[in-house]
Design a protein around this ligand. Structure first.
Ligand code: PGA
Length: 257
């Protein structure tokens, strides 16, 4: 069975003091749960402080981006080796980074390889725009994003990779796909494409999250789907009770506790 994984993407929220205080509040309740991997992804500068709070708990840390090079004249960037020892996960390909920082499929592939080379697990985000969705292009587009992201990544790395299916029109909007719609896209355009690339058995090892306006009241619908192994959560990860509830729902739905 794939271990459910619930990850909180804090985006550009929380100053140093706020991040540590929030982690302190979150840690006891979230640590008490068993049966899901729990990851929080704070802004870079908050990571060392949050790590001090979470050390000794089962809660893991992730970053929200990396550069694909290990070092160099890349003003403002952070590399995978700089994050070693600080985080275990890194989100790559988030639609906000694709849109505002002009991240391309090729960069995403290079970043995924850089993460893997330094022992970090990439959470690779993919998803279609509202236009693409309405034109019926979702499957083709997401499938192509997967092919590009996994280019020349060996099958042996698959168990360390997480994919997040996040329809762009559902992020931060309060709109979300139905569980069934998300399950179908994941089955056909993500796990299906991975099966074409690596074979069915290997594709079964990859954990795939849904993301986009995940809340306590819709979490069970997503977690009830066989292809969905967890959630990548923005807004609701900034509320202690909501994030704990989401994790508890994932464990109950998957029977993994
Ligand atoms: P949201 O964000 O839960 O606030 O929609 C999800 C994400 O961007 O990963």
């Amino acid at each position: 069975m794939r271990m459910p994984i619930v990850a909180g993407n804090w985006k550009m929220y929380k100053t140093l003091g706020e991040a540590a205080a929030f982690a302190q509040e979150l840690a006891p309740a979230l640590s008490a749960l068993k049966g899901a991997e729990r990851v929080i992804c704070p802004p870079f500068v908050d990571i060392p402080d949050v790590k001090r709070v979470l050390d000794g708990t089962p809660i893991k840390l992730g970053a929200q981006n990396i550069h694909w090079e290990t070092q160099g004249a890349f003003t403002s960037s952070i590399s995978a080796p700089m994050l070693q020892g600080l985080v275990e996960y890194v989100i790559i390909g988030h639609s906000e980074v694709r849109q505002y920082l002009h991240e391309t499929d090729d960069m995403i592939n290079k970043k995924a390889k850089a993460a893997l080379a330094y022992g970090l697990s990439p959470i690779i985000a993919v998803g279609e725009s509202l236009d693409q969705n309405q034109r019926g292009e979702t499957e083709a587009f997401v499938g192509q994003q997967i092919r590009a992201a996994f280019e020349a990544i060996p099958a042996s790395d698959l168990p360390r990779i997480v994919v997040a299916y996040e329809p762009i029109w559902a992020i931060g909007t309060g709109l979300s796909a139905t569980g069934e719609q998300a399950n179908t896209i994941i089955k056909r355009a993500i796990r299906g494409v991975l099966a074409t690339l690596y074979g069915e058995e290997k594709a079964e090892l990859v954990r795939i999250q849904y993301g986009g306006s995940v809340k306590p009241d819709n979490m069970a619908e997503f977690m009830g789907q066989p292809e969905i192994d967890g959630a990548l959560v923005g807004g609701a990860s900034l509320k202690v009770d909501d994030f704990v509830t989401l994790t508890r729902i994932a464990i109950e739905a998957k029977g993994s506790g």
